[in-house]
Design a protein around this ligand. Structure first.
Ligand SMILES: Cc1cc2nc3c(=O)[nH]c(=O)nc-3n(C[C@H](O)[C@H](O)[C@H](O)COP(=O)(O)O)c2cc1C
Length: 313
């Protein structure tokens, strides 16, 4: 049988396959090296970095919930300088595309970061994390307003020639308006979705189970919601999507691709099954062979909609 073509193109970048990992769930450098051959990933996505070091939220920061987990890490990281000096040399050796996720307090800080990253040859793409729900107080705010998001994306766009990806969450104000302005302002792909706010209580202690009280819900519990956002965004906008939210196996990944996603990312599942991304990749390839689908272009967006839905197009 002829070989399956798993490659996908976003902007000018060709990714060898559609399987990647979700920011913050796959370490920042070598943490998953014993389990995953990084060169087999379509792309490696880093944990979100910020301009300055952040200590994150107090413990406990995670709690298991039905079919998922709550987290409120609070973007703990060592900052941009450390990333460039200590992480990039390792990441430069990985034989796949590197997507660097960043967050900042506003356009000026984003631009400062992007100017530094733009000079890093090894960085293929910048993912703007405009959607972390676990940040409070001064500093990074949760980008809720379309104009604000548009300003950020445009100022970043004007300062980098790298592939520009924006990550959104349903928690962001008017989601579809924001998605649209993001695209109009120069984003070349959307990562959908970030976590959805939730909470859990320890009834004996009568205390919240994470110190931040609320946290971001992830895992299979949010998969149908994530899938719906990918589907609806693809119906509305002509923009490549990296789908994520509860993807735990190849069937889940196939759902997102059939709904229209160019790429798919494993997130929370990496904590349970560290080699999940490889299982998804192998499972997808096998599924395509068995069902005689020869390329990602053939599978992507191939959802068969009922007549009564198509009638109202
Ligand atoms: C522990 C944890 C840390 C995360 N950290 C980040 C982060 O730093 N930046 C980011 O954009 N998303 C972060 N996310 C969100 C994931 O990248 C992903 O969008 C979300 O968890 C949904 O996918 P999943 O259900 O497969 O985990 C984090 C998620 C978890 C569970």
């Amino acid at each position: 049988m002829s070989k399956i073509n798993l490659s996908v193109k976003i902007g000018k970048v060709a990714f060898k396959n559609p399987v990647t990992v979700a920011s913050g769930t796959f370490g920042n450098t070598n943490e998953y090296e014993p389990y995953v051959d990084f060169s087999r990933l379509g792309a490696f996505v880093t944990k979100t970095i910020t301009l300055k070091k952040r200590v994150g939220n107090p413990m406990p920061r995670i709690a298991e919930t039905p079919s998922g987990m709550l987290n409120a890490i609070g973007l703990e990281n060592k900052g941009l300088e450390d990333y460039v000096e200590n992480k990039i040399p390792y990441l430069a050796k990985i034989k796949t595309h590197l997507i660097t996720s960043i967050a900042a307090s506003g356009p000026e800080e984003f631009v400062k970061m992007v100017k530094v990253l733009d000079k890093q040859k090894v960085v293929t793409a910048i993912e703007l994390n405009l959607s972390c729900p676990n940040i409070r107080g001064k500093g990074i705010q949760f980008a809720k307003h379309a104009e604000e998001v548009g300003r950020i994306v445009k100022s970043v766009r004007d300062n980098t020639s790298k592939l520009l990806i924006t990550k959104l969450s349903p928690e962001m104000g008017n989601f579809f308006e924001i998605a649209e302005i993001t695209v109009k302002s120069g984003t070349q792909a959307l990562s959908l979705i970030n976590t959805i706010k939730g909470m859990a209580i320890d009834v004996y202690k009568r205390k919240p189970r994470i110190s931040n009280v609320t946290g971001g819900l992830s895992g299979p519990a949010i998969r149908p919601i994530a899938l719906r956002y990918v589907y609806e965004v693809k119906r509305m906008l002509d923009i490549p999507v990296i789908g994520m939210g509860g993807i735990a196996n190849w069937q889940d990944a196939a759902e997102f691709i059939i709904a229209g996603a160019h790429m798919v990312a494993t997130g929370t599942v990496n904590f349970v099954t560290p080699r999940a991304s490889m299982d998804v990749l192998e499972g997808l390839e096998d599924y395509m062979k068995r069902t005689r689908v020869h390329s990602m272009d053939e599978l992507r967006g191939s959802l068969k909609l009922p007549e009564h839905i198509l009638k109202y197009e």
